[in-house]
Design a protein around this ligand. Structure first.
Ligand code: EPZ
Length: 420
């Protein structure tokens, strides 16, 4: 396991290229199972979760090759329709193979994902959606066993807006016989990235980008060369850390409209934000004003950025209330920030960050991907050095974060450690 040693007190300046979106790649990769031949994904990020998905698909016999950020996947000769627990326990998005497998091969055996430390994270919508399309679903021994010679189009309504369930059911419906109508579909950019790629492959989908998708099933799809959208959560993290250190940072390779909610809130705190087609420049010249946020589904403020917002608000004047309507218990980062001297109160589904904190470096423990980012951010403004353990959480969704921050002036060292 690695740890970071973060030296506080540095103002970040310069420019940083944002990588491809982890949560888009994880949705695009399993779509290789929907067709024979080489599906190529440009702008693929290099992080731990992508490694996990690659190992899972490889274990099923998918051939893969990576040249720079061009990932090519070929499922022509897959040998297994199974996603074993050893892979799924590392990453719940492994369940994304379920829809494509049942749609293309008529069978799948996928381990149930575990929960995680910010909620139970059920998969009932994934299973209900596939059953509505005619799949026979059995859950035994910790595994989902799905069978169906050919899925049949239907109308499925998502009771809750779910990114993962939308990905799975959309990926299945494109090969179902006849018409499928999906309502209350998630419209996160990662879902739209998948829908556009499926359309490129020959799927017949109307309503892309809206919460209602009409799908006319086809008998087969063709492999294509598609692009992964930039990672809006990595981008949001860099925008906030730039403002938090009173820096001047330009992000390149972004899609600014994916970040409207974060940009608006950042401007409300007093940051200067300049936007072009594919860049965002963030400057902060004075102490930020405290601003409340409520994490909600897209295009609302992303739940994957609320921990980073809490870190940013530690340096603001005034108190900021942070609510999360998607994961009401996603505040595992609070006790760790408190170890650095943060004044934060938590309640049912929210926390209140008191501003003007004088943070002092300490040893802290990462608990999940985005919580780890908030610890790095706080370490960058704390007095002295902060030791962050279990940075494998961070590596799941950030590509060489310490190098990117280092190029902006941060002083962060990565050390192997036996500490757990
Ligand atoms: C995706 O998770 C993301 N992961 C998460 O990012 C993100 O936090 C989340 O969407 C919300 O935006 C990937 O894309 C790989 P959901 P997912 O299904 O699909 C409930 C990160 O840091 N629900 O949209 O699992 C669920 O409990 C990760 O990159 C059901 O009730 O989230 C939650 O309250 C963390 N039944 C709500 O829906 C289901 O069958 C939204 O979850 C599925 C979900």
């Amino acid at each position: 396991m690695d740890k970071f040693i973060v030296h506080g007190g540095v103002r970040l300046t310069g420019s940083v290229a944002i990588s491809g979106a982890k949560n888009a790649s994880l949705a695009l990769m399993p779509a290789c199972l929907l067709t024979n031949g080489a599906l190529t994904l440009k702008n693929t990020p290099n992080n731990r979760d992508l490694g996990t998905m690659s190992r899972l698909l490889g274990s099923m016999g998918v051939g893969m090759s990576l040249e720079g950020d061009m990932l090519t996947l070929d499922s022509t000769s897959i040998t297994s329709y199974e996603a074993p627990y050893e892979h799924v326990k590392q990453m719940r998005a492994s369940i994304y193979v379920l829809g494509p497998l049942i749609a293309r091969y008529g069978e799948a055996r996928v381990s149930l994902p575990g929960g995680c430390n910010f909620g139970p994270r059920p998969v009932d919508l994934h299973l209900k959606g596939l059953e509505k399309l005619g799949a026979e679903i059995d859950v035994t021994g910790g595994y989902i066993i799905a069978k169906c010679p050919r899925l049949q189009g239907a109308h499925f309504h998502f009771d809750i807006s779910s990114v993962g369930a939308s990905v799975n059911i959309l990926s299945a419906a494109v090969l179902a016989r006849g018409q499928t109508t999906l309502t209350n579909v998630a419209i996160e950019p990662e879902v739209t990235n998948l829908a556009l790629m499926l359309e490129q492959m020959g799927a017949k989908i109307s309503g892309i980008g809206t919460t209602t998708l009409e799908i006319e099933g086809v008998d087969s799809l063709n492999p294509v060369v598609a692009s992964t959208i930039p990672d809006r959560i990595e981008a949001a993290t860099f925008m906030l850390v730039a403002a938090m250190t009173r820096g001047d940072v330009t992000l390149t390779h972004v899609i600014p409209e994916h970040l409207d909610a974060v940009t608006q809130k950042l401007i409300d705190t007093g940051a200067l934000v300049d936007v072009s087609d594919d860049t965002i420049r963030v400057r902060m010249l004075e102490t930020p004003e405290a601003v409340d946020i409520t994490a909600s589904i897209y295009p609302g403020f992303p739940t994957d950025t609320q921990a980073q917002w809490a870190a940013y608000m530690l340096t603001a004047q005034g108190a900021s209330r942070i609510r999360d309507t998607i994961y009401p218990t996603r505040f595992g980062y609070v006790p760790e920030l408190q170890r650095l001297g943060a004044h934060i109160e938590t309640g049912e589904g929210y926390c209140v960050v008191k501003g003007n904190n004088k943070l002092t470096g300490a040893t802290v423990m990462s608990s999940d991907l985005r919580a780890s980012a908030s610890l790095v951010m706080a370490g960058l403004v704390a007095q002295g050095t902060t030791e962050i353990l279990r940075v494998y959480h961070l590596d799941r969704g950030y590509e060489k974060l310490e190098s990117k921050l280092g190029a902006l002036g941060a002083v962060i060292e990565r050390h192997p450690t036996e500490d757990y």
